[in-house]
Write a protein that binds this ligand. Structure first.
Ligand SMILES: [Zn+2]
Length: 300
């Protein structure tokens, strides 16, 4: 679409006029990099030219806020989770992200996690994380080594995590789709496992990270339409390819959240991602929902 057409369409909807869209990026990774296993660190940082800044950002909220301002991002959800065997992160990630986000609670949302195999009492670990300031949880099947519905096969700690999250009204983001990090088990990223979770925990708000890309978009689309409390984010899908992955994205605009997955491999800048996403030929109202209002509802 020509630049002028897009501008006038957005301007008509008030998007580009005062005071500008307050974009929330619901999926960025500001994490304790010093806990990463060496092979993962290499995969994470290979070929990046902004490593010095990234190292500063992992340690300092002030540096992140400067980056968000420069990139035109109002708020961000900082995705963390323990994955002691595969990534190297421990439950300390919860305190790290809670403290970090406490420096700017109006702009930074702390997402942490509990690993049911590394917590003595997973429910208590959820309560502890939430008491520290964690406002959402991440479950990462390919990096944690179990399916999203493994509580049906005896992983009781996982049931406790979902139960506590549902009770405390804490949204849970579940990774769906592949992962290219060494040791990741992509098979466990199949979205249909979340069908059980949505049935068994109907009041739990679930976000399917990455919409099952690049193998299982139909499954993700089905789940989002089937369950009132299942949402998805479009992070790590190259924005220009989003409509190829999800041709009917506008139909589920009420349930889709914009996210970049920055600074994961292949995601060079939050600004470029947001700009490309806003340029998609979608109704302006749909863009406003996905970039701004849905995230405000889910992460008030
Ligand atoms: Zn991610």
């Amino acid at each position: 679409m020509p630049e002028g057409t897009r501008f006038s369409r957005l301007a008509r909807a008030g998007v580009l006029t005062s005071p500008g869209m307050q974009i929330t990026d619901v999926h960025i990774h500001v994490q304790p990099w010093w806990e990463l296993r060496p092979a993962i660190f290499d995969a994470m940082t290979r070929g990046r030219s902004d490593l010095d800044e990234l190292h500063r950002i992992m340690k300092s909220p002030a540096h992140l806020l400067r980056r968000l301002d420069a990139d035109g991002i109002a708020r961000a959800v900082l995705v963390n989770y323990p994955s002691p065997e595969q990534m190297g992160f421990t439950h300390d990630a919860n305190e790290y992200v809670a403290r970090y986000c406490a420096e700017a609670p109006d702009r930074l949302v702390a997402m942490g996690g509990v690993h049911p195999r590394f917590a003595e009492d997973a429910g208590a670990e959820v309560r502890r994380a939430v008491a520290t300031g964690v406002r959402a949880l991440k479950v990462h099947p390919p990096h944690m080594g179990f399916a999203a519905n493994a509580y049906l096969d005896g992983l009781d700690g996982l049931r406790a995590i979902y139960e506590e999250a549902q009770r405390l009204r804490v949204p849970v983001m579940i990774h769906t789709g592949t992962s290219i990090f060494p040791g990741a088990r992509s098979r466990l990223g199949e979205p249909m496992a979340v069908d059980d979770v949505a049935v068994d925990f109907p009041d739990l708000r679930i976000i399917l990270a990455h919409g099952g890309r690049p193998l299982w978009m139909e499954q993700a689309f089905f789940l989002v339409r089937r369950f009132p409390n299942v949402f998805m984010d479009v992070s790590s899908i190259p924005p220009r390819a989003v409509l190829r992955y999800f041709p009917r994205l506008a139909e589920i605009a009420d349930k889709v959240l914009y996210g970049s997955d920055w600074p994961s491999p292949g995601v060079r800048s939050m600004a470029a991602n947001a700009r490309d996403f806003q340029a998609l030929p979608l109704p302006a109202e749909a863009l406003v929902k996905m970039l701004e209002t849905n995230a405000r509802t889910l992460f008030p």
